[in-house]
Design a protein around this ligand. Structure first.
Ligand code: NDP
Length: 279
């Protein structure tokens, strides 16, 4: 993976970094020269990801892993300390996430709390423990992975967008509180990204529905999110904070009315046919 960023000597923590989008972010950050710690709840998955990432990178990369359930504050604190490597923690990608599919009328407290604990509290704990280290070392950048569904109304999946909308609000609030310390906090709302988890959760029909509404007509890949993370944590984004960036091929934008009828009257058939790719 090629990149124009040079994050040599920067330390990064990626939660949920052993799989999917998180692993893609870890691979991208490694390709920039960053030292990367991936945090996850399963040691075999962490070990497999580290072996894969080492195999795909140059031999000098610094990657390690830490067993960390992001709902456990002490484990997050320890992961942050490990990722800082006795120096600064420059980059945090709070990517660990989960949903809870069920009709609202059947949900008990636990159904609401499972995604809230991972998505919102997991991100809050990362920020809480990373920020003091970043502050002491002159600053840093946090990117939280939300979802485009935070802006929509998915059916039978309410706790997921509700909690991710909480992540969006947390990004804004943390960005305001931490700006005085040169710590930037932003987020990304991915559209459909082709990961093992997404494939397991989506039927073929659901995937097709997503693609039909995606202007750039392909599924997203983890590298699409990783590249946006790269921008947000880079100096190119030094005046960007509190923002949510939709990375979704256009999926999240409401299609407006189709004015083909009127355009044919004003611009003519040839212009409209040309714009539609017809000769
Ligand atoms: P994955 O399931 O591969 O990624 C989620 C990661 O979070 C996994 O590595 C998982 O570990 C980890 N995780 C879950 N619970 C915890 C926890 N308590 N503590 C630490 N880690 C935990 O799916 P994706 O890569 O597709 O998703 C990554 C992120 O992107 C999520 O936040 C998701 O909501 C978001 N997203 C994904 C989209 C998609 O289409 N793929 C679209 C929009 C947003 P384990 O597997 O071991 O449980």
């Amino acid at each position: 993976m090629s990149t124009q960023h040079d994050f040599t000597a920067r330390n990064a923590l990626v939660t949920g970094g052993a799989t999917g989008i998180g692993k893609g972010c870890a691979a991208f950050l490694l390709s920039t020269g960053a030292s990367v710690t991936i945090a996850g709840p399963e040691q075999p998955a962490i070990d497999a990801a580290i072996a894969e990432l080492r195999g795909a990178s140059n031999p000098d990369v610094h990657i390690d892993g830490v067993l960390c359930d992001v709902t456990d504050e002490e484990q997050v604190r320890a992961a942050v300390v490990q990722a800082a490597r006795g120096a600064n923690l420059d980059i945090v990608v709070s990517n660990a996430g989960t949903g809870y599919p069920a009709p609202i009328l059947s949900l008990d407290a636990e159904g609401w709390l499972i995604p809230f604990r991972v998505n919102v509290m997991g991100t809050a704990f990362c920020i809480k423990h990373a920020a003091p280290i970043m502050r002491e070392n002159g600053g840093g950048a946090v990117v939280a992975i939300s979802t485009i569904e935070a802006l929509r109304a998915p059916l039978f999946m309410a706790p997921y967008p509700v909690s991710k909308a909480g992540v969006d609000a947390l990004v804004r609030c943390a960005a305001r509180e931490l700006a005085p310390f040169s710590i930037r906090v932003n987020g990304i709302r991915p559209g459909y990204i082709d990961t093992d988890s997404a494939r397991a959760a989506f039927s073929d029909e659901m995937v097709q529905n997503c693609l039909d509404s995606t202007w750039i007509r392909r599924a997203g890949q983890p590298r699409d999110i990783a590249q946006a993370v790269g921008f947000l944590v880079s100096d190119h984004a030094e005046w960007v904070t509190g923002e949510m960036l939709n990375v979704d091929g256009g999926f999240g934008i409401h299609d407006g009315e189709n004015f083909e009828y009127t355009a044919r009257m004003v611009a003519g058939d040839a212009a409209v046919d040309d714009a539609k790719g017809r000769s």
